[in-house]
Ligand binder design. Structure first.
Ligand code: SAH
Ligand code: SF4
Length: 380
């Protein structure tokens, strides 16, 4: 099997080039062709010597993920379902806003953490994605969108690792993917604009701080250990006090001077004034510099949970803001195509429900449906 060049960050590609008897700087040219121009064919790479192109043809390939479906929401959100083999699929969501374009990327097929309110968690764990499968989501989306929107400019300005999976339980594949996002010869995203969201894998938070400190979001969801254990089973292994200390340690290396805490609002479970007060006490006690992002729960039948009423969410936010903790309520996007947080796995498993909804959406099926999604060709 030839090497898929999407699996390598620039350093890895340089090592590969050396193993082919080529100078390291060739890797930079190659990397730019792949990530900045979206090339998937070595023949296109006109400034690479013919001899090198020949070697690459024999030893390597640039292979994206097959697209199963693409749905575009009325609000411009686009969701792709990618085939990762053996009946597994992962989802990627593009969320356009006035001042940015955010891509929400998956890190695993399924997830082993098993949070109660998350449909990916309910689905169970299938496998880790490779670096190539993580970066293929960005590679495809960026170059697809440029073509779709008719622009040569960069479209995706922010990446959030908030799709399916726990990124810090797939650390070794994650880091080269992050490095490719950050690399000036790759996607050139600043550390502040790449966010890893974690349910709190404490040792890996420390490693990320040392090895690739990007912006960090921590999925908190509860202000006390018993409740958090119930919602996020990983809390048994890394309880709140440890998690908070890890956040403080991370801040010394983070590109932003705060951690974003995510808090999914579940009706009658974690959305009462007493939870707000406990949360304020927790943050004060631990002295973590943070912002709080309240996420309206996106319900799915198997969870047995319901979304907090908007009034309850606003009251919760008010208490926190009054206590000096900057709190925002996340706007749900792509609701009509099940692209909102935690809904990502739903339609993989329950296609009939999606089938009903698709009738009301603008649905674009890429042809060939099972063919490989190669990014549109770049121009020199
Ligand atoms: N595993 C990582 C990243 C993926 S989940 C993590 O847990 O942080 C991304 C965010 O979506 C997390 O904050 C998660 O708690 C939230 N989420 C999961 N299911 C949700 C749902 N049904 N409704 C709203 N948010 C949800
Ligand atoms: Fe996994 Fe995150 Fe879902 Fe929890 S919320 S099950 S950690 S993907």
């Amino acid at each position: 099997m030839t090497a898929n060049l999407l699996d390598f960050d620039l350093e890895g590609l340089a090592a590969l080039c050396e193993s082919l008897g080529e100078k390291r700087f060739r890797a930079t040219q190659l990397f730019r062709w792949i990530h900045q121009r979206g090339a998937s064919d070595f023949e296109q790479m006109s400034d690479l010597a013919k001899s090198l192109r020949g070697k690459l043809q024999g030893a390597a390939r640039i292979e994206g993920l097959p697209v199963i479906t693409q749905h575009e929401s009325a609000d411009g959100t686009i969701k792709w379902l990618f085939d990762v083999g053996a009946g597994n699929a992962v989802e990627t969501v593009f969320i356009p806003e006035d001042d940015r374009g955010t891509l929400c990327i998956s890190s695993q097929a399924g997830c082993a953490v098993g949070c109660r309110f998350c449909s990916t968690g309910h689905q169970g764990f299938a496998r880790n994605l490779t670096t190539g499968e993580i970066i293929a989501q960005l590679w495809f989306a960026e170059h697809f969108l440029r073509k779709h929107l008719g622009t040569a400019e960069r479209v995706i300005s922010n990446v959030v690792m908030m799709g399916m999976g726990e990124p810090l339980q797939n650390y070794s594949a994650l880091v080269p993917a992050l490095r490719t996002m950050l690399d000036d010869h790759g996607y050139g995203l600043s550390r502040r604009r790449v966010t890893v969201s974690t349910s709190g894998v404490v040792p890996m938070m420390d490693r990320l701080a040392q090895e690739c400190p990007v912006a960090l979001a921590v999925s908190l969801h509860a202000p006390s250990d018993p409740l958090r254990e119930h919602l996020v089973p990983l809390n048994r292994k890394y309880p709140l006090a440890e998690l908070m200390q890890a956040c403080t340690r991370y801040l010394a290396y983070a590109p932003r001077d705060f951690i974003t805490f995510e808090y999914c609002m579940l009706d009658g479970v974690n959305d009462q004034p007493e939870h707000a007060r406990a949360l304020i006490a927790l943050v004060r006690e631990q002295g973590v510099s943070c912002k709080l992002n309240l996420i309206p729960f996106n319900p799915f039948p198997a969870s047995g949970l319901t979304r907090s009423p908007q009034k309850q969410v606003q009251a919760f936010a008010r208490l926190l803001n009054e206590a000096g903790i900057v709190t925002t309520i996340r706007k749900t996007r792509g609701d009509d195509i099940d692209a909102a947080c935690g809904q990502l796995a739903g339609d993989v498993q329950d296609r009939t429900r999606v089938g009903d909804r698709i009738a009301q959406q603008r649905t674009v099926m890429l042809t060939p449906v099972s063919g490989n999604a190669t990014a549109p060709e770049g121009r020199p």
